[in-house]
Design a protein around this ligand. Structure first.
Ligand SMILES: C[S@@+](CC[C@H](N)C(=O)[O-])C[C@H]1O[C@@H](n2cnc3c(N)ncnc32)[C@H](O)[C@@H]1O
Length: 244
């Protein structure tokens, strides 16, 4: 059951207990967290779905009502709820946690929801099938591996948009993940698979749930972690093949 009286301290405890580097353990953790996920993230001022959907909407030029959206690591459906406010209507969701998918189903927004542990199982999505592919909050160490971004690109229609939002979490594994991710994004651009449409940084992605709640010396700025939204357009036809 969702706990409507949860405090920020309880939310931080939940975030801090979600530490395993193993993606399978992580999604099991999300199964148990699902009922309190949105409440806890709201307590941490989680803005990722807003940031991603706003960046996407700035560059989406088609008819949102007609667009088919693949929401990868959809969780409880927060991103789809934000996209509905911008006129999008057709969603397919993918996540590794059955508990999170059960809540996504309750939104009534998804025409299909698919269970898959990314990195271990292939992305269950048709090649060239989606006008928009979006992933928010799951490109990080212990979540979806960097290799998944190629699968996101494959799932987009030629000319479709791929929107990826992630938080700049502190620590070496997160920094290494970011380096690897940006190398892969650049490589895919060199290969002519897509081109960047916009990269938007925010210094307020969410409050850092790993800061010690007892510390009072943190400034307002230090309480937050930043985030990045990467937006790419899939090539109509891959133009250059680079051999390495
Ligand atoms: C921080 S939540 C983000 C959910 C949603 N996109 C949002 O912004 O509210 C991360 C989600 O990624 C899912 N996830 C993490 N690693 C995954 C993996 N390897 N394969 C599939 N889903 C994964 C979790 O189950 C969880 O629902």
């Amino acid at each position: 059951m969702s706990d409507s009286c949860r405090t920020a301290c309880e939310a931080k405890v939940a975030f801090q207990s979600c530490k395993s580097p193993d993606a399978n353990d992580r999604v099991q953790f999300y199964d148990s967290w699902a009922q309190n996920y949105e409440k806890d993230h709201a307590l941490m001022s989680y803005r990722a779905p807003d940031l991603a959907v706003s960046a996407l909407s700035d560059h989406f030029s088609g008819s949102p009502e007609a667009a088919l959206v693949l929401d990868v690591a959809c969780g409880t459906g927060w991103v789809a709820k934000k996209m509905v406010e911008r006129g999008f209507r057709h969603f397919v969701g993918v996540d590794g946690s059955g508990g999170m998918l059960a809540l996504a189903a309750q939104t009534g927004l998804y025409q299909d929801l698919r269970l898959a542990l990314l990195g271990t199982q292939p992305l269950p999505a048709q090649t060239d099938g989606f006008d928009v592919v979006i992933i928010v909050g799951a490109l990080d160490a212990g979540f979806a591996p960097v290799s998944v971004v190629r699968e996101l690109c494959h799932a987009a229609k030629p000319g479709g948009l791929v929107c990826m939002a992630r938080g700049e979490h502190r620590g070496a594994p997160a920094r290494k993940y970011k380096e690897d991710l940006e190398r892969e994004l650049d490589l895919m651009e060199e290969e002519g698979l897509w081109r960047p449409v916009g990269i938007k940084q925010s210094d307020r992605y969410m409050e850092d749930p790993h800061l010690n709640p007892e510390r009072e010396e943190d400034t307002e700025e230090e309480r937050f972690i930043g985030g990045t939204v990467y937006l790419y357009r899939k090539s109509i036809r891959p133009s250059v093949q680079i051999s390495h």
